[in-house]
Design a binder for this molecule. Structure first.
Ligand SMILES: Nc1nc2c(c(=O)[nH]1)N[C@H]1C(S)=C(S)[C@@H](COP(=O)(O)O)O[C@H]1N2
Ligand SMILES: [Mo]
Length: 321
């Protein structure tokens, strides 16, 4: 795979792009009949940290095709799946704004020699932060290219020393019905089984492509993207990448996962991106890359086959979907 140097967006460039958008917004605000649009535009900027909190990180070579580009900051932070807040992607960012991401602890335990409750700021300093530009494919058929900031999940797992009996890793997202409207019981019960839970096989979790993300576009994660900590598994459908994690548990048995519990025929445990395995209600052969006009073909393991295919050798990917 071949990378153009132009694919690596220097911070100055996207900052100046954002400055341009801000200036355009200012002009618009001064022309607007009411100040509503103006206030809408500036409100997020006047919020306290973590919005805009810059991170120090190492820039590494992105593994993208020559014709792939970063999805805009506005789309990455404005078009989100985070069902705890809303099923309407454009509404998530605003609704998630009240979520408090400090103080925040992550309980890491289960089949480990050294279980530990980590403070989020300790996790951020656990390993050098790297930029990882990954293509992300949602099971619904859209995709993005996101410059995550994070470090391999392996670095955290090594700290707690998994026992030889540990075969799976379970992730649990925040449960807080006070701030997450969809966790409250509605007339028809609850939308999903909360808290949101996901899981990986231990070898998948230890793979160098699997990261814990704490930021994107050079800044700390915003709530809508899963602040303050989420897992990112780029060769699997987006739902495996659990947001706002509070608990990581090593287990001998395969964990129950939210989407698999909801619709086992539609959402398998593996959820590897695979154009040859259709979702029961739609094909997975192509995808709409957000910001592009033509659909792109979906690639086996989301384009990361070279690095991850060996994890599944001898497995039937049609039955283990
Ligand atoms: N806790 C939690 N994690 C979640 C989800 C969710 O609803 N709740 N949605 C998943 C899905 S379906 C996708 S596609 C990605 C979207 O991540 P993004 O909004 O940062 O692009 O988050 C995943 N992680
Ligand atoms: Mo998704």
């Amino acid at each position: 795979m071949n990378v153009k140097s132009s694919e690596v967006t220097p911070k100055e460039v996207y900052l100046s792009r954002r400055r341009f958008v801000l200036q355009a917004g200012l002009l618009f605000g001064s022309l607007a009949v009411t100040g509503t649009a103006y206030r809408w535009f500036f409100e997020p900027e006047s919020k306290p940290a973590p919005r805009g909190t810059p991170l120090n990180f190492i820039r590494t070579k992105p593994q993208l095709m020559a014709d792939e580009h970063l999805t805009s900051y506005e789309k990455v932070t404005g078009y989100n799946n985070f069902y705890e807040f809303s099923t309407y992607k454009q509404a998530v960012a605003k609704r998630a704004r009240q979520m408090k991401v400090r103080p925040w602890t992550v309980v890491v335990g289960g089949l480990v020699a050294r279980p530990k409750i980590f403070d989020i700021d300790e996790i951020i300093r656990l390993a050098p932060l790297e930029e990882r530009i990954y293509r992300m494919r949602c099971v619904e058929g859209w995709s993005m290219v996101i410059p995550w900031i994070g470090f391999p999940l392996k670095a955290l797992l090594d700290k707690v020393e998994p026992l030889s009996t540990a075969r799976y890793v379970e992730f649990e997202s925040l449960y807080d019905p006070e701030v997450m409207p969809n966790q409250r019981q509605g007339l028809w019960g609850s939308l999903l089984n909360w808290p949101y839970r996901e899981g990986l096989r231990l070898d998948e979790a230890m793979h160098p492509l699997t990261i814990l993300a704490v930021g994107l576009y050079g800044e700390m994660l915003l709530p809508q993207n899963g602040a303050p900590l989420r897992v990112v598994v780029p060769w699997k459908y987006g739902f495996k990448s659990a947001k706002s994690i509070v608990k990581i548990t090593l287990r001998s048995d395969r964990p129950q996962t939210t989407w698999n519990l909801a619709q086992p025929r539609e959402y398998g445990f593996y959820a590897n991106v695979n154009p040859a395995v259709s979702h029961p209600r739609w094909s997975q052969q192509t995808e709409r890359r957000i910001g592009e006009f033509w659909r792109r073909p979906t690639l086996l393991f989301n384009g990361y086959a070279e690095q991850v295919a060996h994890l599944y050798s001898g497995m039937d990917l049609k039955t283990n979907f």
